[in-house]
Design a protein around this ligand. Structure first.
Ligand code: GTR
Length: 327
């Protein structure tokens, strides 16, 4: 497939991307927080490969993994402003920017991961995508990030009382700080890259994440109790700057979207395998895992978090109800 860039495309991206003179190729840069071999890293590399292939070499994407281009909140700003074109972002730190996207950060809103995907692939996902696009981030496809659970170095967590007084690292989002506060803990918002040292030196007592991130970061070495609260099921996006995307011709848009969808299919497949292998690895290293027999007290404690969100965003009540009503 051989295209030439159309005028709209060139006009729109001149301000935000480097155009390679004669060849008229667009050189994009992409951000990812994860290490080599992580499902998202492999899938983003695949996206870059497919993008080049499907656009006949007209769009080239250079991926920067491991958060080398900055923290996630900074990278989200960069993509919104067009300093970077592409990012694989967790919707958690996007929530404070796009209220629609923040709905996924309400604790226990999704029953499980398949429920999350049913919502994302329907009207709810369209509403979230629209809200994000208006803030500069078009989600091209959704990645799986499983469920997040609490971990710490001292004890198994079985009830909210076990979180009381505990200093828990959260991602930058007031909903998460509210969530920890409602459980009686002290929230500590902090960049992903700082969590290992903070756990090790006692700056925080615990944190929360999915199996693959708990394992790949080495957090399991310094916080050996993993309690299956599964309080958050947050999707991730393969996101592009809105102006860059809108400036593409229809053919180019289709090629970019197709590459993203194929990348997401690969990510979801790799994710399932990695969740299992990460769990095996940390348990073999001595991590104590516990199921939480009754999650109701955790869920009930979240009522003020929902109330706060709905008070701030009364127009998003239908979205919350739509998700809750989705089978
Ligand atoms: C991971 C997620 C990252 C980042 C990280 C965190 O699960 O994939 O994008 O959000 O959690 O806790 O900061």
């Amino acid at each position: 497939m051989k295209h030439t860039l159309n005028a709209t495309f060139v006009g729109a991206i001149t301000a935000v991307a480097v155009l390679g003179g004669a060849a008229q190729a667009a050189d994009w840069r992409g951000w990812n927080i994860h290490a080599d071999g992580y499902p998202n890293t492999v899938a983003m590399d695949k996206f870059a490969e497919l993008l080049e292939e499907k656009t006949g070499g007209e769009i080239k994407l250079q991926m920067f993994h491991g958060g080398t281009l900055g923290s996630q909140p900074d990278a989200i700003e960069q993509v919104r402003l067009g300093g970077l074109e592409i990012g694989n972002f967790n919707l958690g730190p996007i929530g404070p920017i796009a209220a629609e996207a923040n709905v996924v950060s309400l604790p226990f809103i999704f029953k499980d991961v398949p429920h999350m995907f049913r919502v994302l692939n329907g009207e709810g996902g369209a509403k979230i995508a629209e809200g994000m696009a208006a803030k500069g981030l078009v989600p091209l496809a959704w990645y799986d990030a499983g469920a997040r659970s609490f971990y710490n170095g001292e004890k198994a967590i079985n009830a909210p009382a076990d979180v009381e007084g505990m200093k828990v690292r959260v991602m930058n989002n007031d909903l998460y700080s509210g969530m920890i506060a409602e459980l009686g803990g002290n929230p500590s918002p902090m960049a992903f890259s700082e969590v290992y040292q903070s756990l090790k030196t006692g700056v925080v007592d615990g944190a929360e994440n999915n199996w693959p991130s708990y394992e790949s970061t080495g957090h399991f070495e310094v916080a050996g109790y993993y309690s299956l609260s599964q309080h958050l099921i947050i999707p991730e996006c393969l996101c592009i700057n809105t102006d860059v995307y809108n400036g593409l011709s229809d053919d180019m848009k289709a090629a970019v979207k197709e590459a993203a969808m194929e990348s997401a299919a690969l990510q979801q497949e790799l994710w399932a395998a990695r969740e299992a292998s990460s769990r095996e690895k940390v348990e073999a290293a001595g991590v104590m895992t516990n199921e939480i027999a009754d999650k109701t007290p955790f869920q009930e404690a979240m009522a003020p978090v929902y109330e706060g969100y709905l008070e701030a965003n009364p127009d998003l009540r239908p979205l919350v109800e739509l998700i809750q009503a989705t089978e």
